[in-house]
Design a protein. Structure first.
Length: 285
């Protein structure tokens, strides 16, 4: 039976291993409006599963003090957990090709333990993009899934001149059809960087994603305050961003002031933790 590649969420459940070469295609000089920003007066932060109610409320970090780091090349290392058990490692990398001012973000996850290790399962994903008026504009997206007995690959091209995005590769027939692009459209992987750019305390953020031949709407709510978060040996004053109106699947991210990549990415399914990426180290390149 032929297997089709399913959409890859913000944090990938299996693994990846390769950095695809940067694509030199350039996008037209378009004006892309900023992401929808709807400040509201209250928000209810999510409670960690199995944890007791937080005691003293952390001091609110005013929006004026939240400093969005400028986009710069970096490499970040993560430890990957699946249902609470360590399963592998991951790396997120941002590359800037100064010759044509094109950027690329890669996410690579390797299965080191458990069932994923036995299968030899790896996943690699990248998005090539440009920056227009401060907004990240995707040019192409590639997802490769590798395992002991099978391998699948899909590639999408965001053709802003034609106003359409289209995917090829191991997908269902209906996912090969061209999709009309709208200003501000993102790839799922690019959302990690867009959230870092846009998030501040007490905000609601909305994005439309075009990825693997499908259109999805992603809405997020940021907490009113920052909270202390311990990740490995490091402690952060972190801002929680949780996905809203997401049904049985939900992504929660924590970002820290001045850190260019999420410090934790948690994928939950049916109210239970599933895949969990925790930052180990990051550095500029």
């Amino acid at each position: 039976m032929k297997r089709f590649l399913s959409p890859v969420p913000l944090c990938l459940t299996a693994l990846l291993i390769a950095i695809a070469p940067a694509i030199t295609q350039s996008a037209p000089n378009i004006t892309v409006p900023p992401v929808k920003d709807i400040p509201t007066s209250t928000a209810t932060p999510l409670q960690e599963p199995g944890s007791s109610p937080a005691s003293p409320t952390p001091e609110t970090l005013p929006s004026a003090e939240w400093k969005t780091p400028p986009l710069q090349p970096f490499v970040a290392s993560y430890r990957v957990f699946y249902h609470g058990e360590e399963a592998g490692d991951a790396a997120m990398k941002v590359i800037h090709n100064k010759s044509n001012n094109v950027w690329q973000v890669n996410l690579i996850i390797r299965g080191r333990r458990g069932f994923a290790s036995v299968l030899g399962l790896n996943i690699e994903q990248n998005t090539v993009f440009e920056i227009h008026n401060g907004v990240y504009v995707p040019l192409s997206q590639t997802t490769v899934k590798k395992a002991l007995l099978f391998g699948k690959k899909v590639k999408g091209v965001y053709n802003w001149n034609a106003g359409t995005a289209q995917w090829s590769g191991d997908l269902k027939k209906e996912q090969h059809h061209p999709i009309q692009l709208l200003p501000g459209d993102q790839s799922i992987l690019l959302l990690n960087l867009s959230l870092i750019r846009d998030a501040m305390p007490n905000r609601t953020l909305s994005y439309r994603c075009i990825d693997v031949g499908k259109i999805r709407q992603y809405d997020y709510r940021t907490a009113d305050t920052t909270e202390p978060l311990q990740v490995g040996d490091l402690s952060y004053d972190a801002l929680r961003i949780h996905q809203i109106n997401s049904g049985k699947n939900q992504t929660i991210l924590w970002i820290a002031n001045g850190v260019p990549t999420p410090i934790r990415i948690l994928q939950r399914k049916n109210s239970e933790d599933e895949t969990d990426l925790r930052l180990i180290d990051y550095q500029g390149t």
